[in-house]
Design a protein around this ligand. Structure first.
Ligand SMILES: *Cc1c(COP(=O)(O)O)cnc(C)c1O
Length: 368
């Protein structure tokens, strides 16, 4: 029998398939219970904006046609909203797609990317898939150590990934620190600043990557509609970069990588400021509730500026995860991030947050 693994590119056999949060339907089937809540994938608890659902109903009539592969309208809407030249934009099937496009443009066997310990799993995935080397820098207080990141750059380095804030830790880098880093990074090394949670962050010192894009040609900022805009199921995100980098990414991009429903939805989502403000306010309030409850329970967590908080149980968290599942509460174990004692919990609606805390109290009282 042919061993197809032996035929595969070596980097690919080293990969493990991405483990998504457990779907509600799956737990329903397993436990035979309903009324399950999922706080496992950093999704927006508000659901999509009503403007989006209305627009999508209209768009249905157009589904026999290919989408606009150049994303003309969305690029011009982003220009209007963010002041970004459309030539700097690459639209992706989720921001994960643009991360992969960057890898395909710049990585190959012999090249390397630099990531932080505990950083988003997609960076190692896209790196190894291209047969490139992955250099992992030890974290500092669970966050990215930019000095160590700088020291890890070698002549082989093509990409450096910085999630700001990072998932699953919720940690972030401040403006001064980021600028000092960008000043020292060789101009031939591309710095990918993943701002998937940008809209949620309220820290005054949190840098807006787009404000640095003119100064640093090697800086690429990625954003998504999956989180604060509530469109994770549609898969749409984008990169802002030097026009030459965008040109290269658009060469490897599939001509119709973003579907018509997603393009239509993103266009109206950008105009629904009321929805965005509601989503942000709900998150701020929910984060306060969760962290105060954890404080009262004497349970540690990593301070987070995203729409999730990562709780430190100081012991194997899997039994607690399993016990929460039996309560109908799905959160995220993060053993794959080398954090077996932690669980990541997405901020939900006030009802979901209260239910999580009640269930956690019950589970821990029972010995979890
Ligand atoms: C959720 C998330 C994304 C978004 O991915 P999409 O493909 O846009 O859904 C990107 N980066 C990080 C760090 C994330 O947590």
């Amino acid at each position: 029998m042919t061993d197809f693994f032996e035929l595969a590119q070596p980097g690919i056999t080293e990969l493990s398939p991405y483990q998504p949060g457990k779907p509600i339907e799956e737990l329903e089937r397993e436990l035979g219970i309903s009324d399950i809540i999922k706080l496992a994938s950093n999704e927006n608890p508000l659901g999509p904006s009503p403007l989006v659902t209305r627009r999508l109903a209209e768009e249905m009539d157009e589904l026999a046609r290919y989408p606009d592969g150049s994303a003309y309208l969305l690029k011009h809407k982003l220009q209007e909203k963010l002041g970004i030249d459309p030539q700097r934009l690459t639209i992706g099937n989720g921001s994960n797609d643009v991360l992969e496009l960057l890898a395909r443009v710049f990585l190959s066997p012999g090249a390397a990317s630099v990531v932080s310990e505990h950083s988003f799993v997609v960076y190692p995935l896209v790196t190894r898939a291209l047969g490139a080397d992955l250099v992992t820098v030890p974290a500092k207080n669970y966050g990215q150590d930019l000095e160590a990141t700088l020291a890890a750059i070698t002549p082989k380095t093509r990409l450096v990934f910085i999630a700001n804030p990072n998932n699953p830790t919720g940690t972030w880098v401040g403006r001064a620190e980021l600028v000092a880093f960008l000043e020292q990074v060789p101009a031939s090394v591309i710095v990918v600043l993943d701002e998937a949670y940008f809209e949620y962050v309220e820290e005054p010192d949190y840098p807006n990557g787009l404000s640095l894009i003119d100064q640093y040609d090697n800086l690429v900022v990625t954003r998504t509609f999956s989180k604060a805009y509530g469109l994770a199921g549609l898969r749409i995100g984008y990169a802002v970069s030097h026009p030459q980098i965008a040109d290269l990414m658009n060469r490897v991009r599939q001509p119709f990588n973003v579907n018509a429903m997603s393009l239509a939805a993103a266009l109206v989502a950008l105009d629904d400021d009321e929805y965005l403000q509601r989503a942000i306010a709900l998150n701020t309030q929910g984060m306060k509730f969760l962290t105060e409850a954890l404080d009262q329970m004497g349970i540690g967590y990593i301070p987070s500026v995203g729409n999730f908080v990562t709780i430190d149980f100081g012991r194997d968290a899997m039994p607690i995860y399993q016990a929460l599942l039996r309560e109908g509460v799905i959160v995220r174990p993060i053993g794959v991030y080398n954090m077996p004692n932690h669980l990541r919990v997405t901020v939900g609606t006030p009802g979901e947050n209260a239910r999580f805390i009640d269930s956690l109290q019950k589970v821990l009282a029972a010995g979890g």
